[in-house]
Write a protein that binds this ligand. Structure first.
Ligand code: G4F
Length: 323
């Protein structure tokens, strides 16, 4: 019999790649989508596989709908990818962020505990939970103290702890994947990678003439979503539930990102970038670099994409879209 997966956030970047991956593996897929007035846009990333999916309307803040879906579907695996995922926006919408991300996780864990305790649970945890803590060797790992510096990071830390607590207290198969930044052509264009790539292409085509950014000196460990959703599936299919770090182990600054992207299109980023106060955060995570030794050694997982190959793919995407 086919395994059944339930994915919250299925219409997002990771949800869409994960759905494709699990369909390839023969899973029956159920997904949670929110009702929006612009219905034709909400499933853009999954329209090509829509006929193979079972989509349910619902919301992370509605415990009744989550309970009903989980009770009816009795999934083998539940991937909680739904979130208000924009760090800067979380300063503007802290209550919404906490309700969606933290209470939303609690709603699912309670639904599992009461109606489908055999379901395995994956929580999309984030490197943003570390805040500015870095181990002496320059990496973050499971043992690095967590000290978030945004409402988003705080909301994710609450979910991380709940997931651990439901694992130890209620013996659920519940795991955290602490994923460092991961991108792709499907990334929202208000996140820095796709904003830089899209705007650089627009500048090249004469559609725009400047790129307004905030902090150019923060460093991120950027991988590809395609690689990271494979890690999520491995995490839920390990012999025992536990937490994992998923990262490339390399770090680059926003400035490095701009330099590479503009160079690839024969331009100098210095000629086009303006720093704008509007894009700075109240508090910044300055440096992220994850130690993913364990997932590499235990599963043989490693990223297929290099940073450059990922940015090149994003450039190709925007060039063919905007041509
Ligand atoms: O692309 P970003 O918005 O990603 P951020 O804040 O690192 O968060 C992402 O990764 C987390 C994992 O660590 C996820 F949990 C989270 O959901 C999200 O996916 O910003 C990256 C960096 C930041 O330092 C930011 O200050 O880019 C800097 N930046 C500079 N100018 C900008 C901009 N970020 C955005 N979004 N827009 C700018 O104009």
């Amino acid at each position: 019999m086919n395994k059944i997966a339930f994915i919250t956030g299925i219409s997002g970047q990771d949800g869409s790649y994960l759905a494709e991956h699990l369909l390839d593996l023969g899973y029956e897929i159920h997904g949670l989508i929110r009702r929006q007035s612009l219905t034709e846009r909400q499933t853009e990333r999954i329209d090509h596989i829509d006929h193979k999916l079972n989509l349910h309307y619902g919301d992370m803040t509605d415990e009744h709908c989550l309970y009903k879906i989980i009770q009816e579907v009795q999934p083998d695996e539940i991937y909680n990818l739904a979130a208000m995922s924009h760090v800067k926006v979380s300063f503007d919408m802290p209550a919404f962020t906490i309700k969606t991300n933290s209470l939303g996780t609690l709603n699912i864990l309670e639904a599992i505990r009461n109606s489908s305790p055999q379901s395995k649970f994956y929580q999309a945890s984030s490197s943003e939970m570390f805040g500015n803590n870095i181990d002496n060797d320059g990496f973050q790992r499971l043992s690095t103290p967590m000290n978030p510096v945004s409402p988003y990071g705080s909301s994710k830390l609450m979910s991380y702890n709940l997931t651990k607590q439901y694992r130890t207290g209620y013996k659920l198969y519940a795991c955290n994947g602490i994923l460092f930044n991961h991108e792709s052509p499907r990334r929202g264009t208000t996140f820095v990678t796709n904003k830089v790539v899209k705007t650089a292409v627009e500048i090249k085509y004469g559609i725009k003439n400047v790129l307004k950014l905030g902090n150019l000196d923060s460093h991120r460990d950027w991988g590809h979503s395609y690689d990271y959703v494979r890690a999520m599936h491995l995490i839920l299919n390990y012999e025992t539930p536990r937490d994992w770090v998923v990262s490339t182990g390399e770090t680059k600054s926003v400035r490095n990102l701009c330099e590479y992207t503009f160079n690839q299109m024969g331009m100098n980023y210095n000629d086009y970038i303006i720093q704008d106060e509007k894009y700075f955060r109240k508090e910044e995570v300055n440096y992220l670099r994850g130690d993913s030794t364990e997932i590499r050694e235990i599963f043989g997982w490693k990223p297929k994409y290099t940073f450059n190959a990922m940015i090149d793919e994003m450039i190709d995407f925007w060039q063919s879209k905007l041509k």
